[in-house]
Write a protein that binds this ligand. Structure first.
Ligand code: TRP
Length: 345
């Protein structure tokens, strides 16, 4: 029909431009009618916020926390691909990687940094005293040298602690195993977050009339061997919020099951992987709170220095029924009523 190639191209380009215009208009319409007023305020600026997210290692708990962070940002109007760019790095449990990655996140223009797990948060904190840092699931922010006051952080760091209800966890152990006398604690000697919880668990266990032995591992490589030794010496194993152990959970369960050693964990995810039970804090919820905090700081509604560290007051009772059967442990009906049951080994 048209002999002139140039004309045809022009018509084509115009047509595409028209469609594109139509599509983006439609999109904008949808956004401006969104009822959330704070959302549209952020969008009007047409700014893309850069968030640097550093996760220490991949294990199910930290993966869920990262998902929670994204959801918390989204709930508050920060949407990936629209007004939010998340620069994500995973340190794969390697300290030297964590330092380089922290520097990268800063160099790439992050306006706020989020550290998932203590070693990641520590690496970020070593790189900047200016950029706001949100702690995602740091058990003991004061003891690990990140802030000096939970209520009044004072500097560029605040966030969420996943501190566990240790007393309730050990009481649960005694309810499930009334005859247990000796508890073994499995943790990594290199994690500041575990030191704190181990000290608390030792003191609490003694108060409850249990004897305690500590079993620390230098890295994931030694986990199987140490569990073998422990299984012969104690009545049950207790695991704090330790990343090295969480990362090696399948091996821990494998070895413990050989001698039918029950495992009380500190996180729901570790029960799902073959622990017996815990009273723990939902991992996604931890991330969600951290994401909300980051959003609030990004919007200028709050500042790290004056935002208290968020801690949870209530944990969920999580039981692995399959594992209980395997260990010949009877779960009292009363516990079943309120428990969240998870399966799998
Ligand atoms: N609290 C840990 C830290 O400070 C991180 C963590 C969160 C974790 N959830 C967990 C570790 C579950 C083990 C299992 O580093």
């Amino acid at each position: 029909m048209f002999k002139n190639k140039g004309f045809m191209i022009t018509v084509g380009v115009l047509f595409i431009a028209l469609i594109a215009g139509f599509l983006t208009q439609g999109g904008n319409k949808g956004q401006t009618t969104t009822p959330k007023s704070d959302t549209s305020a952020v969008e009007q600026e047409k700014k893309v916020y850069k968030v640097g997210l550093l996760q220490f290692v991949s294990h199910p708990a930290l993966d869920q926390i990262t998902e929670g962070v994204k959801a918390g940002l989204k709930e508050n109007g920060f949407i990936e691909g629209e007004n939010l760019e998340i620069i994500f790095q995973n340190g794969q449990a390697d300290q030297s990687k964590l330092n380089t990655m922290s520097q990268q996140l800063i160099n790439e223009g992050s306006e706020i940094l989020i550290g998932i797990a203590t070693p990641a948060a520590q690496a970020l904190a070593n790189q900047t005293k200016k950029l706001p840092i949100i702690l995602g699931a740091v058990t003991d922010p004061v003891g690990s040298g990140l802030i000096s006051d939970m209520e009044n952080p004072g500097g560029n760091i605040t966030g969420v602690s996943d501190k566990a209800p240790v007393l309730e966890q050990l009481k649960l152990a005694q309810t499930l195993m009334p005859d247990a006398k000796k508890m073994g604690i499995l943790f990594s000697s290199s994690e500041d977050n575990s030191k704190y919880q181990v000290a608390e668990a030792v003191a609490t266990a003694k108060e409850l009339g249990l004897t305690v032995e500590e079993f620390s591992v230098p890295s994931t490589n030694e986990v199987s061997q140490v569990v073998q030794v422990m299984a012969k010496k104690v009545d049950f194993m207790y695991i704090p919020l330790d990343n090295t152990i969480a990362n090696a959970m399948p091996a821990v369960v494998n070895e413990a099951n050989k001698l039918r050693l029950p495992i009380i964990t500190s996180a729901d995810t570790m029960v799902a992987e073959g622990g017996l039970a815990t009273i723990g804090i939902n991992q996604f919820a931890i991330g969600l709170e951290a994401g909300k905090m980051a959003a609030s700081v990004l919007k200028g509604e709050s500042e790290t220095a004056t935002t208290p560290v968020y801690t949870f007051t209530k944990g969920d009772l999580i039981l692995n029924e399959k594992q209980a059967k395997f260990l010949n442990i009877e779960i009292p009906e009363k516990l079943k009523e309120t428990a969240i049951m998870v399966g799998g080994e």
